[in-house]
Design a protein around this ligand. Structure first.
Ligand SMILES: NC(=O)c1ccc[n+]([C@@H]2O[C@H](COP(=O)([O-])OP(=O)(O)OC[C@H]3O[C@@H](n4cnc5c(N)ncnc54)[C@H](OP(=O)(O)O)[C@@H]3O)[C@@H](O)[C@H]2O)c1
Length: 274
């Protein structure tokens, strides 16, 4: 039997094992995908355990999408540009190759709308934010991008990295002092505020002052759904997207990298019973 996993900390929220195990069963592949909760102080030991267990591939979630980079022998071009990895292919020669499939998943439900997006606000500057911001500045050609994060140094570092790939004007703020002077066409939450122990909290209590009637609010969180942020957006009659289409899209691309097959079309059905 082949072994696959998702690593992160904490891992209570993940729907990835259900999706991948459904796909293995659908295709009759003798494999299992399991969650591995690895605390930060045990990160290197956890990775060694994956090697010892003969892991064939794994996904990476909060908070390790950047920390994994120094443990990889090669990066796919897109992952290198983004500076974050959410999928690793473990080759038989022992080399681990890093990919980013978050970017693909993030754009899937947005593709039709990209041409109408001019001013963008991205909340967060972690691993997912890197894929989101990179995808938006390279695929949407917006007029401006604003990054707001609890730790401003991390937002500034992301801004510098993005400026190597785009001429789109980028502004950075720390979340405590952020005051909007723009009505954004698209607001994306890439922080974990709204899930786990922050369930019920909003990363943007002042949403109303940042939007116009055509704004789209996209929360990468898929559990719970809706989040507090999406409830605020719905109360303002705005268009909303949750993280479920992205979850399925990034997972399907990862499954393809490991097995040469995409998820079966019925994979979304498992969430009606999850
Ligand atoms: N739908 C999908 O397929 C999908 C894919 C990827 C990620 N996601 C979601 O995206 C979120 C971030 O994932 P990630 O991998 O980017 O994690 P990460 O690298 O650990 O980044 C976490 C982000 O959340 C911020 N944050 C964490 N706790 C906070 C708090 N108490 N107050 C304010 N900000 C806080 C961090 O700010 P600091 O920099 O200040 O720490 C950082 O910007 C998670 O909710 C994850 O489930 C969803």
């Amino acid at each position: 039997m082949k072994h696959y996993a998702i690593i992160g900390y904490p891992l209570g929220h993940t729907f990835s094992p259900a999706m991948h195990n459904h796909a293995f069963k659908h295709y009759g592949i003798d494999a299992v995908y399991e969650p591995r909760s690895i605390p930060p102080e045990g990160f290197e030991k956890g990775l060694q355990q994956l090697r010892d267990d003969g892991i064939r591939g794994f996904n990476i979630t909060i908070p390790y999408k950047q920390r994994i980079l120094s443990h990889l022998q090669k990066l796919d071009t897109l992952a290198e540009k983004i500076g974050a990895v959410n999928t690793v292919v473990c080759r038989e020669d022992g080399r681990w190759i890093g990919y980013n499939t978050d970017a693909y998943g993030f754009l899937l439900p947005l593709r039709e709308m990209l041409k109408n997006i001019r001013n963008i606000l991205v909340l967060g500057a972690g691993g997912a934010a890197r894929a989101v911001a990179f995808s938006l500045v390279t695929e949407a050609a917006p007029a401006s991008l604003t990054l707001v994060n609890r730790t401003p140094a991390r937002a500034r570092e992301l801004k510098s990295a993005l400026e190597e790939h785009t001429a789109v004007p980028i502004k950075c703020y720390d979340s405590a002092s952020f005051k909007s002077d723009v009505k954004y066409d698209l607001i994306v939450n890439t922080t974990s505020v709204g899930m786990g122990r922050m369930r019920g909290e909003s990363p943007l209590p002042g949403l109303a002052s940042c939007v116009h009637e055509g704004s789209l609010v996209y929360d990468l969180i898929y559990n719970p759904s809706p989040t507090r942020l999406l409830e605020q957006a719905a109360a303002l009659h705005l268009k909303t997207l949750n993280g479920l289409p992205m979850l399925i899209g990034q997972g399907s691309r990862a499954f393809y990298l490991w097995n040469g097959l995409y998820f079966p079309e019925d994979v979304g059905n498992i969430f009606s019973t999850a």
